[in-house]
Design a protein around this ligand. Structure first.
Ligand code: NI
Length: 236
């Protein structure tokens, strides 16, 4: 699988809307791309930032902004000590996540999954999970033990993996993010009640930051997500 770092950015696009597999890769200079803004400086967002609660959209072309985003996502993930990070955890409404099970740049493999789909869930496993967007909260989560992942790499190669163990767990957690879900949405009733107060606290903290102007209001955040979708996704 492709490593994200140390690569020359390849600019390419799907000419047909996902999920058509007839993908064409074309080398284009960024100046030939439609009008786009840069990705800018990304940062981790916490629950209940609107980006986390909204289903992400498939990317139809990969430009330098997306490559820049992937680089930043690995940096942010390592900084926070995580092993997986979804694009909407850094405020980007794209179907893309990154994983490194070793949680540090000098070890493990840096995996990038674009427009992923999951199939063939098998077995059941319960394991404790946490989330960089819900710092401090950890709960047991029941998920299929094995799952098949199809996705694209950053340079347009098709990925097909039959996963189990920790990688199956992380991929399903990150895939949930892309669907606008958090691991707290997967808890049985008693455990869901247990975390309700924690989630309320996260909401109060976020609203407080918005009221102090440290975070833009939801309407501004939603408008940014709409703009980013319009730049790189299929017609919304
Ligand atoms: Ni998470």
């Amino acid at each position: 699988m492709a490593r994200a770092r140390g690569r020359t950015a390849v600019v390419w696009r799907w000419d047909n809307a996902w999920p058509t597999y007839g993908m064409t890769i074309s080398m284009e200079s960024p100046t030939e791309q439609p009008e786009q803004s840069g990705i800018g400086r990304l940062e981790l967002v916490e629950f209940p930032h609107p980006a986390l609660l909204r289903r992400t959209r498939p990317l139809v072309h990969i430009d330098e902004g997306v490559c820049d985003a992937v680089e930043q996502m690995f940096e942010i993930m390592y900084e926070a000590g995580g092993i997986g990070l979804a694009a909407n955890q850094v405020g980007l409404p794209y179907r893309l996540f990154v994983v490194n099970l070793e949680a540090r740049p000098e070890a493990g493999e840096e995996l990038v999954f674009i427009n992923p789909s999951l199939s063939r869930p098998r077995g059941t496993a319960v394991q404790e999970e946490g989330c960089l967007s819900l710092p401090g909260l950890r709960m047991d989560v029941r998920r299929p033990e094995k799952v098949v992942l199809d996705a694209w790499s950053l340079d347009g190669e098709a990925i097909h993996l039959d996963l189990d163990g920790m990688l199956a767990r992380v991929v399903q957690h990150e895939f949930d993010h892309l669907e606008g879900k958090l691991f707290t949405d997967r808890l049985p009733e008693a455990a869901a009640l247990e975390v309700r107060r924690s989630l309320d606290t996260f909401r109060e903290v976020f609203l407080g930051r918005q009221s102090r102007g440290e975070v833009p209001g939801d309407d501004v955040l939603a408008a940014r997500l709409d703009r980013l979708e319009g730049e790189r996704c299929t017609g919304a």
